[in-house]
Write a protein that binds this ligand. Structure first.
Ligand code: FE
Length: 178
């Protein structure tokens, strides 16, 4: 069952880092906790929890991050999750990098608040959106969920914060299955 596979992926690869000071598992748990604190729907909390799972699926992700190569972890993760979750979960995951490119274009000061790793990866992810790209992105039906996830992603990088463990999300994950 996919929920067991998700737990297994976290156990095997959650300790990985991706250029930030905290592990991917802690980052993803913080993102989910922030989404929950903001009153996000459960499917968006689940999306926040799983948004970087693409890094667990790519054998070479640790090296690629170090070398500044873009593995498209958002598309990889969304495609894998789509075997069991609907677009309410997979779309915000798929769009969380585009959401960064979008917010850089439309929100003054957003770029400056990004972590160094996030600013560095932006270039390999297509850079700041053009006005036309941003206008098109603003019409995406998953815009709000993608932006909410992105803001939790950006804030979920605090080494001083401890969060509830992954186990706390088991029932929410099962309920979010298609
Ligand atoms: Fe992230």
């Amino acid at each position: 069952m996919i929920v067991d596979e998700i737990f297994d992926l976290f156990a095997r690869f959650g300790a990985r880092h991706y250029g930030e000071e905290l592990s991917l598992e802690r980052h993803m748990l913080q993102s989910a906790a922030l989404a929950r604190a903001l009153g996000a729907p459960d499917v968006v909390v689940v999306a926040a929890l799983l948004h970087d799972i693409g890094y667990f699926l790519h054998l070479d992700s640790a090296n690629s991050i170090q070398e500044g190569r873009n593995i498209g972890h958002e598309a990889l993760g969304a495609a894998w999750l789509s075997q069991a979750f609907g677009p309410d979960v997979t779309a915000p995951v798929a769009l969380h990098v585009e959401a960064k490119r979008y917010l850089c274009a439309v929100e003054p000061g957003y770029f400056d608040k990004l972590s160094e790793a996030s600013r560095l990866s932006l270039a390999t992810q297509g850079g700041i959106m053009t006005a036309d790209e941003a206008a098109a992105f603003a019409r995406n039906p998953a815009l709000d969920a993608a932006l909410l996830l992105r803001r939790c992603d950006d804030r979920g990088k605090d080494v001083s914060i401890e969060t509830p463990p992954l186990e706390d999300y088991r029932l929410m994950l099962i309920a979010a299955l298609r």
